[in-house]
Design a protein around this ligand. Structure first.
Ligand SMILES: C[S@@+](CC[C@H](N)C(=O)[O-])C[C@H]1O[C@@H](n2cnc3c(N)ncnc32)[C@H](O)[C@@H]1O
Length: 246
């Protein structure tokens, strides 16, 4: 992750434009507001460049946390009114409660049951009983096996004249529920100079039943919702967990 989320952090708004998140975040907001109309404070785990938060911050007071200081810096520029804190979603402890804890695509970096359950435990300790956690993995085992394609192309432009094209090439699923994702980037700066970069990431893909079982085991009452989307991709599962008493 050293390349994508550190050396290339400044390219995040170009590689994955904030406007791409509008529809998905409207759905996340709808799902959250339907269940917690009065919720105000939201903690995001693995908030990256703050593109999800950008679309939620009108509805929630967002506290944004990520492993990467460079990604947090990018997010600070986009979301100057949000509190930013560096931390690992498996161990973070801010010693306060929020109305909602959210982990979006960054949850893919939990590559084992122990990691995923540690992230669930982090959400749990940042919620009072009745508080709501929402996890939105890009894939679960069932959608991964549908295999829309192992290849996706994306990218964008920013007003400062930079543009980027990226390729994401997903490998086979290993027996331990992990897979590799190979990234290749073409990055054109404002002067038209193109550089290339690449990196391989290791991510976790777990079955829906495992998500639900491990959330229950970490003290949540679970509700799984299929995302409503008109985007050209398989809808995601939204895993909602209400923190049980004690
Ligand atoms: C795809 S980016 C997230 C982008 C984000 N959804 C946004 O709206 O801009 C994935 C992020 O996960 C973060 N990450 C990976 N492992 C993490 C961990 N253990 N704890 C916290 N953040 C982590 C990376 O630093 C990276 O910023």
């Amino acid at each position: 992750m050293e390349v994508f989320y550190n050396h290339l952090a400044d390219w995040w708004p170009v590689i994955s434009p904030v406007s791409n998140y509008t529809g998905e975040c409207a759905e996340i907001c709808r799902v959250l507001k339907a269940r917690r109309p009065h919720a105000r404070t939201l903690l995001e785990l693995g908030s990256g460049g703050g593109h999800v938060a950008f679309h939620l911050k009108a509805d929630f007071d967002c506290t944004l946390t990520d492993l990467s200081p460079a990604m947090l810096e990018v997010s600070r520029r986009l979301n100057p009114g949000c509190l930013h804190i560096q931390g690992d979603m498996r161990t973070l402890d801010l010693d306060r409660h929020f109305d909602i804890v959210l982990a979006h695509d960054a949850i893919a970096y939990m590559t084992s049951e122990a990691d995923l359950r540690a992230a669930f435990a982090t959400a749990h300790r940042h919620l009072a009983p009745g508080g709501l956690a929402l996890f939105v993995p890009d894939e679960v085992l069932e959608t991964f096996e549908l295999g829309d394609s192992d290849l996706s192309l994306f990218g964008g432009e920013t007003p400062d004249g930079r543009s980027a094209r990226a390729m994401e090439w997903c490998g086979e699923l290993a027996a331990d529920g992990t897979t590799t994702v190979h990234y290749a980037f073409l990055l054109k700066d404002a002067d038209g100079q193109v550089t290339t970069a690449g990196e391989t990431h290791h991510v976790g893909v777990f079955a829906r039943a495992d998500w639900e079982r491990w959330l229950e085991a970490e003290g949540f009452a679970v509700e799984t919702v299929e995302e409503q989307t008109d985007e050209d991709r398989t809808p995601r599962f939204l895993f909602l967990g209400t923190r049980k008493e004690a």
